[in-house]
Write a protein that binds this ligand. Structure first.
Ligand code: C5P
Length: 242
C-alpha cells in the first residue's frame, strides 16, 4: 500500500503584494492565509504527512494552529519556488518508500475544496505521470513582444491555466525536479518538470474558487470565497461535497 504526502512551498516574500508581512501570513477571513491552506490539505484523511517549506528568517510560523498538527513537518525553503519544493521532496524522500505519492500545493491558494482534492487524488492514482488541477482558458490569449505589441493570438480551445495541488509519484517528481533545476530550467510548476522528464500528466478541471492570492485585490476575493464556503460549501464549488 502506498501513502500520500504533501509539500507546501511557503517561503516566498510575496513581492507583488507590496506588504511588509509575507503574503502567507496576511489575514483572510479571520486567519492567516497559510492556516487556511494547510487546513484544506489536512482535512483530507488520505494525507499521511505534510512538509511546509519556510523562509529561514520566518518567525511567524509558530502562531499557526496547523503547524502543531502531528502530521506537519518543516523544512527550509530556497531562493526560488522550485528550490523550496525540492527541499520538501528531499525531506520526504528520506522517510517515504519508492511507491509513495506527493501533492504539491502553493501556500497562496487557501480556498481549495476537499471534494476537488479528492477528485484529483482519484485521477492521479491511475496515471503514472500524475495529474494536476487546471482550468480551461476563457479569455483570448495574446503572445506579446517586448515592445508591447501582439505577436499572435493563441488557440484558447487547447489552453488551460495550471493550478495546484499537483500530484505525482514522489521519487519520480524529486528526480525530475532536481534534474530540471540542475539544467537551469525555469520551473514554475511541478508538471513542467515531469513533462521535461518525458511523463504524460493528466488534467482534472479545478474549481474557479481555487485562486492564487498574488496582488492585494485577490485578498478580498479569497475572503469572499472562504466566507461563502463556511456557509454553503456546494454553492461555491458548484459540486456536491462528499
Ligand atoms: O510568488 P508565487 O505566488 O509564484 O509563489 C508561489 C508559492 O511558492 C507561494 O506559496 C510562495 O510562498 C512559494 N515560494 C517558496 N519559495 C520561494 C518563492 C516562492 O516557497 N523562494
Amino acid at each position: 500500500m502506498s501513502s500520500l504526502w504533501a509539500v507546501v512551498p511557503a517561503a516566498g516574500s510575496g513581492r507583488r503584494m507590496a506588504s511588509e508581512v509575507p503574503k502567507q501570513y496576511l489575514p483572510v477571513a479571520g486567519e492567516a492565509l497559510l492556516e487556511h491552506t494547510l487546513r484544506a490539505l489536512l482535512a483530507c484523511p488520505d494525507v499521511r504527512g505534510l512538509v511546509v517549506a519556510l523562509d529561514p528568517s520566518d518567525r511567524r510560523a509558530d502562531t499557526l494552529t496547523s503547524l502543531a498538527d502531528p502530521r506537519v513537518m518543516r523544512t527550509t525553503g530556497g531562493a526560488e519556488r522550485a528550490d523550496s519544493v525540492l527541499a520538501g521532496l528531499n525531506a520526504l524522500a528520506e522517510i517515504a518508500p519508492g511507491n509513495d505519492w506527493v501533492l504539491v500545493h502553493d501556500a497562496a491558494r487557501p480556498c481549495l475544496p476537499v471534494a476537488d482534492l479528492k477528485r484529483l487524488i482519484d485521477t492521479a492514482k491511475g496515471h503514472e505521470g500524475g495529474a494536476i488541477l487546471a482550468q480551461p482558458c476563457s479569455d483570448t490569449i495574446k503572445q506579446v513582444d517586448e515592445q508591447g505589441r501582439v505577436i499572435t493570438t493563441l488557440d484558447r480551445s487547447t489552453l488551460w491555466r495550471a493550478q495546484t495541488p499537483q500530484m505525482f509519484p514522489l521519487h519520480a517528481l524529486r528526480d525530475a525536479l532536481a534534474a530540471a533545476i540542475e539544467e537551469g530550467a525555469h520551473i514554475t510548476d511541478e508538471a513542467s518538470a515531469m513533462e521535461r522528464a518525458g511523463y504524460s500528466v493528466a488534467v482534472v478541471e479545478g474549481p474557479a474558487c481555487n485562486i492564487k492570492v498574488t496582488v492585494p485585490a485577490d485578498l478580498s476575493i479569497a475572503e469572499a470565497y472562504l466566507t461563502a464556503q463556511k456557509a454553503a460549501p456546494s454553492v461555491v464549488t458548484g459540486k456536491i461535497e462528499s
